[in-house]
Design a protein around this ligand. Structure first.
Ligand code: PGA
Length: 256
């Protein structure tokens, strides 16, 4: 299975006060299952990133977004340089909520990933189809196109540093999870895309996460699939216990 990393990534979205974030940090205990190949990442709202980085051992801190610009007069934006300076090592790019509500696609996403590379922050690049696309049986070509548009300017060496998250839009926050087979089929498709477009080494080493209503009850089964290297969790990452169960599910599924 090459040098793939297995990742459990929390996406807190726009939830929690600082006190709630800190009480999560206090009650979250999974240290015993963390290894060099199994990692936990918490993608928190911007105001909490620095404090969480100071508070949590063995857990990487991620942001949920980054500016497409380097620095300067961009009121409200937060740059990759700033994120790096507060200890952020991962950043979500292209989440379906940002694609839908903030109209982010194409060049915007390319610019964001370019900024992240400069500061050695790992992009967690999200793709996934909506229900209408799946019902028309066009989900594979849709995801191929999402990957094509954004990976176009990047070299194999750059893409090798990414994490991909497959998140079918119809499964996000709906309680409907893709079946392990549906998810595995798409993950295998994504991996073969990278093998064809770049090379086998890039494809084999790429961590491809599944996101969309992952919970303690279904995590282990999903993560047992050969091409599923972990998950991006929204709702279930807001409870320290549930998230810890999911991390343990990942550990058991991959038997490291
Ligand atoms: P969910 O969200 O786990 O609540 O479905 C996943 C995500 O949007 O990253």
């Amino acid at each position: 299975m090459a040098n793939r990393k297995f990742l459990a990534v929390a996406n807190w979205k726009m939830n929690f006060s600082l006190d709630e974030a800190l009480s999560f940090a206090k009650s979250f205990h999974v240290q015993k299952v963390l290894t060099d190949t199994t990692k936990v990442v918490i993608c928190a709202p911007f105001p909490y990133l620095y404090t969480l980085h100071q508070t949590l051992d063995n857990i990487s801190i991620g942001s949920q977004d980054v500016s497409r610009f380097e620095s300067g007069a961009y009121t409200g934006d937060v740059s990759a340089f700033m994120l790096h300076s507060v200890g952020v090592s991962y950043a979500i790019v292209g989440h379906s909520e940002r694609r839908e509500y903030f109209n982010e696609q194409g060049q915007v996403l390319i610019d964001k990933i370019t900024r992240l590379h400069k500061y050695h922050i790992t992009p967690i690049f999200c793709v996934g189809e909506c229900i209408a696309t799946r019902e028309k049986d066009e989900h594979f070509s849709f995801v191929t196109n999402q990957l094509d548009v954004v990976s176009k300017p990047f070299t194999a060496e750059q893409v090798a540093k990414w994490v991909i998250a497959y998140e079918p839009v119809w499964a996000i926050g709906t309680g409907k999870t893709a079946s392990p087979q549906q998810a595995e089929d798409m993950h295998a498709h994504i991996r073969s895309y990278f093998e064809t477009k770049y090379d086998k080494g890039v494809a084999d080493n790429l961590s491809i996460l599944y996101g969309g209503s992952v919970k303690p009850e279904n995590a282990k089964e999903l993560f047992s699939c050969q091409n599923i290297d972990g998950g991006l969790m929204g709702g279930a990452s807001l409870q320290a216990d549930a998230f810890a169960h999911i991390v343990e599910g990942l550990h058991l599924a991959k038997k490291i």
